[in-house]
Design a protein around this ligand. Structure first.
Ligand SMILES: [Zn+2]
Length: 323
């Protein structure tokens, strides 16, 4: 896996991404979490590597084919490669464009389209290999990353912050789930009502994620980048736009620059509308490169009315004693 990283180098600012055609061998048949997701991104990014295509169901949502095990190993390995590239200074930030996704998988169980928990594995690797004192994981996928919360619930070295639609699959992610023992306070759930768009997400980022991250003061930031909260996504009921993903990335990048020398590694989680997914990943990479992101899909034409999340934000601040 030495040639996984494709780097886009710019003076003073660099970002790379990890991709390998093996991720397409995770054949899920008639399913929303399909190889076409990554193919759409790579085609959109104008990468010339064309993909080659290579069971049974592990749980009601999670299917496995002959190529899945290898793809899952490479997915975890791809994110590890991204972390290595960031930690070694090869690039400032890196995005692992991998599948299957990971944040629902626990150490013992594949779940919710996920086989191995890529980011949990990469975080563990970074803790062990680089002896990092603290790692922050930000998860903006529309679903709660139950597997991540599970893995680090009693580990004070890893702070997990998740924005997610709630109540929703997988059922976990209430604001009372805050970590245990010495890790109490290092698990921050931001359970958002359906219908939240850019404004609500940015409010949650600015009022919860930014102060929590500053207080935790991580040495590396990892991101579960899921784009299934885009308004065009078929699985969930959120209203985020491509522009909103760019703005969230801007905030996360700002935190990485301020707190940990820019060290930032992202991994792909959900996102099932192929046009929205490809444009959102491109916007994320553009922001990482300091470029203006464009939004070919625009804002949602549906109107749910602005969700009022002020009481929720106050409750989370109170529980986590945030300023
Ligand atoms: Zn998701």
């Amino acid at each position: 896996m030495t040639s996984l990283l494709s780097a886009i180098i710019k003076p003073a600012m660099s970002a790379g991404y990890v991709y390998n055609p093996v991720y397409l061998k995770h054949d899920t048949g008639h399913h929303v979490e399909v190889a076409a997701r990554l193919e759409a991104i790579i085609a959109y990014l104008e990468i010339e590597d064309t993909a080659r295509r290579g069971g049974g169901w592990l749980d009601p949502d999670t299917v496995m084919s002959a190529g899945s095990y290898q793809a899952a190993l490479y997915a975890a390995g791809g994110l590890i490669r991204a972390v290595e590239a960031v930690m070694s200074g090869e690039v400032t930030s890196a995005f692992a464009l991998v599948r299957p996704p990971g944040h629902h998988a626990t150490s013992g169980q594949a779940k919710g389209f996920c086989l191995f928990n890529n980011i949990a594995i990469a975080a563990r690797y970074a803790l062990d290999k680089y002896k990092l004192e603290r790692i922050l994981i930000i998860d903006f996928d529309v679903h709660h990353g139950n597997g991540m919360q599970d893995t680090f619930y009693d580990n004070p070295q890893v702070m997990y912050i998740s924005t997610h639609q709630y109540p929703f699959y997988p059922g976990t992610g209430s604001l009372e789930e805050t970590g245990s023992g010495a890790a109490k306070g290092t698990n921050i759930n931001i359970p958002l009502p359906a219908g939240c768009g850019d404004a609500e997400y940015l409010k949650a980022f600015e009022q919860i994620i930014v102060p929590a991250a500053r207080r935790f003061n991580p040495r590396l930031i990892l991101v579960s980048a899921g784009y299934d909260n885009h308004w065009a996504d078929p699985l969930a009921m959120m209203e985020v736009s491509v522009t909103g993903f760019g703005q969230m990335t801007e905030i996360i990048k700002g935190l990485a620059d301020e707190l940990c020398g820019g060290r930032l590694a992202l991994t792909l989680e959900g996102g099932y509308n192929l046009d929205a997914l490809a444009a959102s990943v491109k916007a994320t990479l553009d922001v990482l490169l300091g470029k203006n992101a464009s939004d070919p899909l625009g804002q949602s034409s549906r109107s749910f009315g602005a969700a009022d999340i002020d009481r929720l934000i106050e409750a989370i601040k109170e529980i986590h004693k945030l300023p």
